[in-house]
Write a protein that binds this ligand. Structure first.
Ligand code: UDP
Length: 370
């Protein structure tokens, strides 16, 4: 069989697309990744010291409202139900997130019922903001200055390395404000953690006779000519050798803590205070409560600007980035032989489920057009 498709990057975008193309077109798909492992930033591996399943690039909780995506994920793994209940450690004590009725009542020392809390927050919100233009305005409009400063301002400054007013409102819209005691971090219908981690899922997705995978293999432009089409899930500015300048990405640094028993009593504790240099601590055994381990591993997570050699995690999407991305799109439009995919290729803050959905949709469109 002749080589047909090249897919650069063995994360969810690349893997799902590879499988769909292999099955639906019957052609051969080559997947390359410069890393030593599959699954991109969703990579999980079992820790040799504690036996805990580690989310190597930070916590990944699978959550989706899409029946198609949930069914797809469950076809490749057994999922255990998991509800992410994040806590925030602040100067005023520990509070439950996302901001919910318990957060509001404990923070303001009240005993509000839902409607009363809603009414109260209206009095705190800045009514002069009609159409929030950025993260900060979105927060000030809906929750007011005190909650914003305690829970969001410092965390966001640390996470993104800029003032929250420079960020789009869409970043804050990821988090709900609830007027009930529901402290499920996500509002999606389906939520869970795969029994054997995410790398096992990607391995299964890629296990198809028409797919070959080459790890430790960096992309080189000369490869493109050997294939009918290339799908590229690396950074779009990297593909064009940064010729129009660099797009902003944040990267993460993880500082490992080994301990016996239970280190912090929860999967994720956020530290919104700027006096603490890290954003959050995650203790990975709590992502798999069905397992038992005597030892534990936690990671303090720090965020910084991506420099050469760092793995990009989060597209920053500042106004200058968005402008530059549009210019890269114009370059990309001339490349009929390459399609850009995934969080880095399309410069979007995608979660795992939206990544899978986008890859399935792209496969639908691509196969329809052929
Ligand atoms: N955020 C915050 N305080 C928190 C949690 C989140 O200010 O305690 C803000 C922060 O800007 C973050 C954004 O909300 O980047 C989205 O949070 P989410 O938990 O969705 O981030 P992710 O899990 O993707 O890192």
């Amino acid at each position: 069989m002749t080589k047909h498709y090249l897919i650069v990057g063995a994360g969810f975008s690349g893997a799902v697309l590879a499988r769909e193309l292999a099955e639906r077109t019957g052609k051969h798909v080559t997947v390359i990744d410069e890393r030593a492992h599959l699954a991109g930033n969703c990579h999980t591996r079992r820790d040799s010291v504690s036996g805990v399943m580690l989310h190597q690039y930070g916590p990944h909780i699978f959550h989706t409202n899409s029946g198609r995506v949930w069914e797809y994920a469950n076809r490749h793994a057994k999922f255990y139900p998991f509800v992410n209940r994040v806590k925030a450690v602040t100067k005023r004590g520990v509070f439950t997130l996302p901001v919910n009725l318990l957060t509001i009542n404990q923070f303001f020392n009240k005993t509000f019922r839902p409607d009363e809390a809603r009414e109260f927050l209206t009095t705190l919100g800045d009514a002069s903001i009609s159409e929030p233009q950025n993260f900060e305005e979105q927060a000030l409009k809906f929750i007011g200055r005190e909650l914003y400063e305690t829970f969001f301002h410092g965390y966001t400054k640390k996470q993104w390395g800029c003032e929250p007013r420079e960020l789009p409102a869409s970043v804050l819209k990821r988090l709900p404000v609830r007027f009930s005691y529901d402290d499920n971090y996500y509002a999606d219908r389906h939520q869970g953690i795969p029994e054997e981690g995410y790398t096992a899922i990607v391995e299964k997705i890629l296990a198809h006779p028409n797919i070959s995978v080459r790890l430790h293999t960096a992309f080189a432009h000369e490869m493109i000519g050997h294939y009918a089409h290339t799908f590229y899930s690396g950074t779009i500015d990297g593909f064009f050798n940064h010729q129009l300048g660099r797009l902003g990405y944040r990267t993460m640094i993880f500082e490992r803590v080994d301990a016996d028993g239970d280190y912090q009593g929860n999967a994720v504790l956020n530290y919104p205070d700027t006096a603490v240099p890290y954003t959050r601590i995650h203790e990975h055994k709590h992502f798999a409560p069905w397992e038992e381990h005597a030892k534990t591993v936690a990671f303090r997570e720090y965020s910084k600007e991506t420099a050469d050699g760092d793995a990009p995690f989060y597209p920053k999407n500042l106004p200058a980035d968005r402008q530059r991305y549009q210019e890269y799109l114009q370059l990309a439009a001339h490349r009929k032989d390459v399609t850009f995919i995934g969080r880095l290729g399309t410069y979007r803050y995608l979660d795992m489920d939206t990544t899978i959905a986008a890859a399935l949709t792209l496969a639908d469109e691509y196969c329809r057009r052929r």
